[in-house]
Design a protein around this ligand. Structure first.
Ligand SMILES: NC(=O)c1ccc[n+]([C@@H]2O[C@H](COP(=O)([O-])OP(=O)(O)OC[C@H]3O[C@@H](n4cnc5c(N)ncnc54)[C@H](OP(=O)(O)O)[C@@H]3O)[C@@H](O)[C@H]2O)c1
Length: 254
């Protein structure tokens, strides 16, 4: 089991559904887990039931984030924090675009950039990036979210070639729908979002994602589980749309 090769883990977005579950799983495996999020109350609640070191910081504050990372010898980093805004690129505000690019992609680059030199020096490490099926497939709306997640997918694949020859594993975890608070945040009405996206569905739970990550980290150190796409059995991605565009739609007649 490769868990025994590692001592220290860092999980971003640990105050939320998937990140909290990953923190809990890693703590059970005996790792010292640095749990990052903005919401101090949620981090304290997590730390009251799971052995971890909470850090209430905003990872879009690059200087503060890199300063923290400089002080740690991270063996396993899980880039999990993420935000999602509904709408396409032409309907989102500049702030909504910036937030997604900075948190979903920029902070992943900075996080890895800061911990990788130590991993290379120690010849030991595991980088885990949480993307989404949005990284792999187009489906209407949330365009910037899709683009940032696809960027993380490209980064994950690239990194494996950069660290080749070192005992550093790089894993992409690509979930479909998981029961967390993200839908309430995206759609602005947590109760309605719970009804629309969670209730009545056999939906994935945060623990399912944490268990998949546990399998990837726990695999022998010569095995790199490079990508895991995880869907609920009753969810599929696909479809082929073809819209008739008439002369009326074009604003004129033939
Ligand atoms: N749920 C799904 O269906 C699903 C599917 C595919 C992929 N994902 C991905 O899974 C990851 C976790 O999402 P989730 O579903 O667990 O959502 P969530 O419950 O909304 O959790 C998101 C986490 O990200 C943290 N975060 C956001 N902005 C941050 C910032 N600037 N600095 C520090 N932390 C920040 C939040 O912490 P604070 O609120 O404390 O800032 C929270 O802990 C995301 O990357 C998401 O895109 C989710």
């Amino acid at each position: 089991m490769a868990f025994s090769d590692y001592k220290v883990a860092l999980v971003t977005g640990a105050s939320g559904g998937i990140g909290s579950a990953i923190t809990e799983r890693f703590a059970q495996e005996g790792l010292t887990v640095h749990a990052i999020g903005r919401n101090q109350d949620k981090l304290e609640e997590l730390a009251s039931r799971v052995k971890c070191v909470p850090h209430a910081i905003d990872i879009s504050d690059t200087a503060a984030y890199r300063e923290l990372l400089k002080s740690l010898e991270v063996d396993v980093i899980v880039n999990n924090a993420g935000v999602d805004h509904k709408g396409s690129i032409h309907t989102l505000s500049a702030d909504q675009i910036d937030a997604q690019v900075t948190i979903n992609f920029g902070a992943v680059l900075h996080g890895i950039g800061a911990v990788l030199p130590g991993m290379i020096e120690r010849d030991r490490g595991h980088i885990i990036n949480i993307t989404s099926i949005a990284a792999a497939y187009p489906f209407k709306s949330n365009t910037v979210y899709h683009a940032t997640k696809a960027g993380v997918r490209a980064l994950t694949n690239q990194l494996r070639t950069d660290v080749l020859g070192k005992r550093i594993r790089v894993t992409e975890i690509c979930p479909a729908r998981v029961a967390t608070e993200i839908f309430g945040k995206v759609h602005g009405n947590p109760k309605q979002a719970q009804k629309d996206f969670v209730e009545g569905y056999e939906i994935l739970q945060p623990k399912d994602i944490a268990n998949a990550i546990g399998d990837a980290v726990g695999a022998p150190s010569y095995a790199n589980i490079s990508c895991l796409e995880i869907l609920p059995t009753f969810q599929a991605v696909g479809g082929l749309e073809f819209i008739r565009h008439t002369a009326d739609d074009a604003g004129g007649k033939d």
